[in-house]
Each structure stands twice: as C-alpha cells, then as structure tokens.
Design a binder for this molecule. Structure first.
Ligand code: FAD
Length: 351
C-alpha cells in the first residue's frame, strides 16, 4: 500500500493532464479507534508508528511524492479538546490524524475517461461482455458478447483487468480460482449539505471492525458509508460467476433510507453528523463490488480482508491477469503491466 500510494500521483500524471490537487481532500484523514474495536489502543498506536516509519524510509529513497506532496505530517493522536470537539468518547476510544489524503474518484475517473476518448491509439469498445479467453499459437482469442451477438477476436496480448469478472474469465483460460474469494457489494452515498469544518467533522475511517467512513471534501460535500447497512450483499462462489449480479442490489435501495441509517449510526461516533440532513435530491447513491481473498467477513479479526497482500499482475505468456487489490495500488500495477507488455512486444526501453 505504501509503494502504491507513493507512485499513485507520478503514474497518474504520466497518463493524463490532471491537477491532482483538485482531486484530493485539502485536509488529511483521521483514524478513529472504536471503543469496541478488535484492536486495543496500544496495538493501534504501534501500527501507526510502524506505518510512519515505513513511509519515511520509502520517501527518503527517491525524494518522495505522495499525491504531489514531498513532506508528510506525522501521525498525531488527538488531544483532549480536539477529541471532544469531534468525537463521542462513549463510542470512540482514541483518534489519530494521519498524512493520508482521500482521492475524489469521480474527478479522477472523468479525467482518465477524457484521456481515453482523446487518444486515437486507444479503441474503446463499450457495451461488451467478455466471456472467455484462450491461447491460439502466438495469439489470445477473446470471446465476447456485443449487444446480443457472441463474437471472437484475436489479439497479440491480453490484460484481464475485469475485477469482479476477472476470475471467471481466468478460469476459461485454464487458471484455477484461488482457494477462497469473497465478493462483497458495498454502497456509499455522496451528498451536499451545510459546510461544517474539519474540526467537528473530520474525514474519518473507524477501525478495526465493521464500522464506516466519512469524507468531508469541503464546501459542504460529503461521502459516507456505514459498513453494516451499506454492505448490501456478498458471494463466495469460487470464481465469482454470480458476482456481477451483485450490482443489481443497488437498484433495490432507497438513497434516503440508506443515508439515514448511515447518519444515525455514524453520528454515535461523530455527533456533528446529526446536523447534516440533506434533501433527498442532493443524495447520490453509488457502490461497487470489492473482491478479496478471504473466507470470512470484516468482523472476524482473522479474516483475509485485514491483510490483502497477495495482489498484483500474474503473467501466462501473452495473457496477463491483474488482481488490483485496492485503488491505491492500481496505478503501480498498471505500470508493471506496461513493462511486461514492453517485454512481450520486445520494445525495450521505448515504453
Ligand atoms: C465502496 C467502495 C469503497 C472503496 N474504498 C477504497 C479505498 O478506500 N481505498 C482503495 O484503495 N480502494 C477502495 N475500494 C476498492 C477499489 O475501488 C477497487 O480496488 C478498484 O476500483 C479496482 O479497480 P479495477 O480497475 O481493478 O476494477 P474496476 O474499476 O471495477 O473496473 C473493472 C471493470 O470491468 C468491468 N467488467 C467486469 N467483468 C466484465 C466482463 N466480463 N466483461 C466486460 N466488462 C467487465 C466492470 O464493469 C468494470 O467497469 C473501494 C471499493 C468500493 C466499492
């Protein structure tokens, strides 16, 4: 995650004209330790020290670039007054300011989409469902459904970045699915309401267990997700052949009701949230499937969800399959894939 975070800005800037400072929160993220957390305060504090140490050592190696910043503030525990202003001490044991920034993924996605549209060398084929991939000589043949027709096309190399649809296509290529994978659909709401300052409404993620996240983007714009009610469903079928159907769960949800459950539950941790009661037309509902090697859910401290290290690209000749792991690591893995493609096409250092 540290390597992914420290290469994120550099790789994105190499891909598109995007001022990342318009895309990240002005203030940094807070980690709140829930009173009934799976981890105690000392253990979590030790974790903060370890991460900061790792960050600083990595930053020193190449001058450091964390989303355009070369200097990072240290992890810092909230003192009495600041803590009282933001958190309910009944439900929050302690909180730490961290150097972490939140990325506005909508802005980032728009910039990347525009870049794809404007590059004649990239042919975008929307509305297609990839069904299978197979090796034929020095080519990879891809079967896909284009509207209602199933077609085949031959490629010199293929990169499978299908996330929730990836393992099912890998299986058609002959790659066995990992022993256990959990596909969870997690929703979020974004909404506009009164602009409250970070001192009473800090961007916070609560750990360690089934809690939630709040992002205060500033100017009254917020992101909220409360795990117990926003985790809409899951499947653990081996290659996730039914994982794509999880997306339909979002159609059955009322944005206003979901927001209400998020605000009600999260305000037990951050009381000022109760003051945010946005109009229904200001609530945007979104979400996605989260794929991870795990058997049990986040409320199990031994769950694989708490340590997703077995991620990245794997290569089988001219077929590369990418387990992205987290958005944080996506650009770093994209760069690794770029180098592997350069090897396949024998492009040396020209890429
Ligand atoms: C609510 C939520 C919060 C998250 N929070 C964080 C976070 O705080 N930090 C973090 O680092 N990560 C976070 N993530 C995870 C992050 O979003 C993912 O790791 C990341 O989006 C994966 O990127 P990707 O390009 O691999 O997959 P995607 O962005 O999902 O792209 C895969 C694409 O392939 C398409 N596809 C799938 N199967 C097929 C098929 N058979 N044929 C054609 N198209 C297909 C999909 O529709 C999709 O468009 C979060 C995810 C969710 C849902």
């Amino acid at each position: 995650m540290v390597d992914g975070a420290l290469s994120f800005g550099r790789v994105i800037r190499g891909l598109c004209e995007l001022d990342l400072s318009n895309c990240v929160t002005a203030s940094t993220f807070t980690y709140g330790l829930a009173a009934d957390s799976q981890l105690g305060t000392d253990l979590f504090e030790q974790h903060c020290v370890t991460v900061m140490d790792l960050l600083q050592r990595r930053m020193m190696l190449d001058g450091g670039d964390y989303l355009g910043r070369s200097e990072l503030s240290a992890f810092e525990r909230f003192d009495g007054d600041a803590f009282q202003a933001a958190f309910d001490a009944t439900n929050v044991a302690a909180a730490w300011r961290t150097p972490e920034l939140a990325v506005d993924t909508r802005r980032l996605a728009t910039a990347l989409r525009n870049e794809i549209r404007d590059r004649p060398s990239i042919v975008f084929r929307g509305g297609c469902e990839v069904l299978a991939a197979s090796e034929r000589g020095r080519s990879i043949v891809v079967d896909f459904r284009d509207t209602s027709t199933v077609r085949q096309e031959r490629y010199d190399a293929v990169v499978n970045c299908l996330w929730d649809g990836r393992l099912a296509v890998d299986e058609t290529f002959g790659i066995a699915a990992p022993a256990s994978t959990l596909f969870r659909y997690k929703a979020y709401v974004r909404f506009d309401s009164s602009p409250l300052s970070e001192s009473v409404l800090p961007s916070t993620t609560f750990v360690h267990g089934p809690y939630g996240d709040l992002i205060n983007f500033g100017n009254g714009h917020y992101f909220l997700s409360w795990y117990p009610t926003f985790r809409l469903g899951s499947t653990d079928s081996a290659s996730g052949t039914d994982a794509r159907s999880l997306h339909r769960l979002l159609d059955e949800v009322s944005p206003a009701e979901l927001l209400d459950s998020g605000v009600t539950n999260m305000s037990r941790f951050i009381p000022a949230l109760e003051h945010l009661r946005p109009h229904a037309h200001n609530v945007q509902l979104g979400g996605g499937v989260i794929v991870a090697r795990a058997q049990s859910d986040i409320d199990d401290i031994k769950s694989g969800l708490h340590g997703r290290t077995d991620i990245g690209p794997e290569q089988y000749g001219r077929y590369i399959t990418v387990e992205t792991g987290k958005l944080t690591t996506a650009p770093m893995f994209a760069e690794m894939v770029q180098h592997r493609l350069a090897d396949i096409f024998d492009l040396g250092n020209t890429v």
